[in-house]
Design a protein around this ligand. Sequence first.
Ligand SMILES: [Zn+2]
Length: 828
Amino acid sequence: MCYLLLLAPDFIPELLMPPLKTSAFSLSVAVMLVSSLVPSQRCAATEPGPWRVEPKLAAVQQLFPQGSVRLLDGPFLVMQEVDHAYLLRLEPDRLLAQFRVEAGLPPKAKPYGGWESPAKPGTVRSLAGHSLGHYLSALSLMARMTDDAVLLERIGYITKELKQCQDKRGDGSVVAFPFSRELEADIRKGKVETVDNYWAPFYTIHKQLAGLRDAWVYCGDATAKDVLIRLADWCGSIVKDLSDEQRERMLRCEHGGMAEVLADVYAITAEPRFLDFARLYSHHAVLDSAADGKDNLTGLHANTQVPKFIGFQRIHQLAGDPRPGAAAAFFWHTVVANRSWVNGGNSMHEHFGEPKAMAGDITHDGGPETCNTYNMLRLTTALYQEKPDSAYLDYYENALFNHILASQAPLPGAGAFVYYTPLRPNYARSYGSDFNSFWCCTGTGMENHAKYAEFIYTHDAASLTVNLFMASQVQWTERGLTLRQETRFPDEAATALVITAAPVEPLAIRIRHPFWLVGQHLGVTVNGQVVATTSQAGGFAELKRTWKVGDRIQIALPMQLRVQRQVQCPGWVSLFNGPILLAGELGSEGLTQKDFIGPYTPIKALLPLNRAPLLIANTDADVLAHVVPVDGQPGNFRTKELAKPNDVTLAPFYRTHFQRYAIYWQLSDAAHAAEQQLQVAEAERVERELEARTSDEVRLGEQQPETDHLLHCENSRTGFGPLGKHFRAADPDGWFSLDLELPPAGSKVAIRLVYWGRDNGPEFDLLADGNVIATPKLETAGLEDYYAAEYPVAATLLAGKHKLSVRIQAKPGKPTASVYNLRLVSVQ
Ligand SMILES: [Zn+2]
């Protein structure tokens, strides 16, 4: 079924209304909408290739060049075209505006909003520029996938504009965030902690470098290469004289894939200094523990870590250094085995929690961040190339179908990417707005849907491997092979490989035997004749022969329903059809368009957990016995006397948009279901009462919430306490402050702080807009739990205000308590 037809017209941006009025807005129209904008012109190939360094460790499995593999009709092509339309809608001059300002040139257009907004006057916090980097990467990927000349022109325009800005600045730098020269001066002096005040400056610069690299590597834009090299030199020059300790301190701040892209510049230029720079941007605090096989990830910001390991793997591959490679492989395995959700995503509220506490996180309003999975897929690809283990493919398939494909709303041109994918039953995703979000996940979102073809096939000298079942065509020019994969998978439990150009020499075609066909043979025929295969799940079936044009390999993929349990989430189950995560479709009660588009999560739309359906079953077999296919709707199922209070329709999660859903379920038996629901209801009631009187909340110690609330601090630190919960504290003479929204005028207000029950500590001051309102002193409450204390704020301090600055200040020579959560609440 085409889910585009299921959307209420309210959700369709204005530009898309004309096609909708035709009542034929279907997959084919969505594709036509974009295709009509696409002149046929191939992206200029670069001869000789863009890389000048042969890796020390040659890849065992090679990727085909971007553009050699094209998608055919199917859900992935739909999402590629949806994204393509958005890339065309964006205006380069708006993304370039702040680059020109920071170069002393007049902007040609107004900057975009959201995270592309210029810094507020008097502040240095801004991520302006990160989206231009992602945009350049996405344009380069999409140009190779579609031959769209408009995209190529834009790449050329943007790189020339960036060169003009870089020339004007004169020192190789080119940035869009303010006060970069002050930042540079501080770093060169060794005052590296300044980077924290800027939000994440090297995160932003990394996106620019990566965009320039991609414009060169995929599209041969020589200007991009020049700007890239000069900017990379500037990045290296400002850290090369720092001490190891200073660099380590600086690299605690999120810096994207600086190590990776600098290693790439080495591979592009063959200049060894760039490999040195890549090593200088390698954060040893995480590299060393992972290389030693230690998982010290709890409490860390997840997406700050993943790109570091992509960089370590790249250095390992290029230079042969063993430890970075060991670190990357260990990191991947521990994240996938111990820290990932059922859809392949990881993190809650952007952080790695305690693995044993993951089950408790399912009901939170956050969820895995799309960027993390974007980066995990890049890491997976790199690791698989070195060691082609099918475990990498199993993860890749899961994360691609069940997270990435689900992370863009099917609205061509809308830029409606998902930041967090909630796991909480009866909840929903929200999507970014077209021009006023520009989150990190908007940036990686632009790229995600332009690179689906990248990993469907890989090859070595003697064989082609089919890694993924996806309608597509691959052209292997060197071997004279063109192969079409014809399938409606996963709506069809089979795929076919058709040879449309045949090599003269014999060639092996290897077909992945996926884990979800465990215990089953891979049923293969060639031109209708059964071929005996000996592969097992987790291996590959290999067919070697001299192929002829028209040869057809048919592969049966009999997907089975299955119940998946995760050891770190006891009490919860998920339902899969083969590799496809199924979601219970739960309607849209209490949700409006406003909830779906714009904010990170539609917090006001939470429904009590006791209203989420339970599965009444004692065993997994019981569950499966009560799920049946829906006639005429491939991929859809219906529970039958299984879910309470009502049976539900199950659909592939990737096409469950603009509604509430369940992907994690609790099991109960008939005798205990009511009691279980009452317990959940009571816990929910307490939580909801607190939510109802909260006007604003900061999860202290977590990067994003603190940034959103304009954290200022001196001599302050963060960490995590029992159960993996983050805190912030100030050391002697230190302080920290945050700005929070007040409840409506006329409310009585209190500041609510959360402490750990066994903490003791000296007095400290709690200030509201500069006035001391309390001097708390912690004496152990004897609890093995967290507890809250509320401190009333006098009405005279609130008159006429919408926000309140809350400051926690240490007494001379004494530290403050560790504070885990901060809220403004209304009180009776
Ligand atoms: Zn993100």
